[in-house]
Design a protein around this ligand. Sequence first.
Ligand SMILES: [Zn+2]
Length: 329
Amino acid sequence: MNGMLRLLRRAFALVASVILAACGSAAGGADTVVPPPLSQRGMVRGDAALIVTLLGTGDPTPRIDRFGPSTLVEAGDKALLFDIGRGAMQRLYQIGHSSAKLDAIFLTHLHSDHVVGLVDLWLTGWVIDRRKSPLRIYGPPGTAEMVKHLGAAFTFDIDIRTSEARLDPQGVRLEVVEMEDGFVWSEGDVTVRAFLVDHSPVEPAFGFRVDRDTHAVALSGDTRYSEALIRHARGVDLLLHEVAEASEERKAERPLLPRLAHHTQAADAGRVFTAVRPKLAVFTHLVLVDGFDPAGLIPLARSTWDGPLVVGEDLMTFRIGAEVAIEKR
Ligand SMILES: [Zn+2]
């Protein structure tokens, strides 16, 4: 599909955009406004310091409405991807953001639901988006080993597309940097910091903070209630937090289901929000045991957090400037 068609599709997707000023309950006081003018594909629009788009808000369940965990952060001329869950490539395509225009990919941990979209983004991005430079991946120890085997697994395709289709061999290279606690990535005026969170027995597992100008977003990664997250997230505009919920009966079971024990329940996430006091808190990576209704998340979190809070949806976008605005692409 050519660039013009993509822009047209993006324009259609934005026609019904709703921007909510991020004050009080996001469900109340919504103002419908004309969305800002579109600029170039893949570029940050308007004057937001950071634009954060939830590409996938689901868990390992192959739902069609919530793809696997993945978040795009656009910061000035930089585009950063955090995790590559199932469907991340489709979501990038859907919003008209070329997968060839990613400056770095950060992996919170190597649970399959966070990386299963890598093959698609890596190879389809090379074939369709004509990526001509290596894909740069920052992940936990073990990432280089995983990537090495991917290269071996797809030798047939890589060889034939390099020789017959004459695709740029640089574009199919994967460059990996394995991170430790405190890892810092910095280019221009954008800084990303990685910090350890508690997703035991998955170790290490990272959360991230992205800073640009005086604005910042924190991503919890997969974690239980985390004091480290609270420390690193202080002062952020936007805090994206994972959440796992189930019925009261399920939560009373011992031993607790791993899907609950290894994650954060809504009331505990609320304690994190209260300690950090972001301008807006967002639930993403929804682990919904036995079909728990996401509408039940906010009432549970309200026992510990009385500030702005929304339940994330795929393609929900947050524009961070003087205020945090919500746009549904
Ligand atoms: Zn996990």
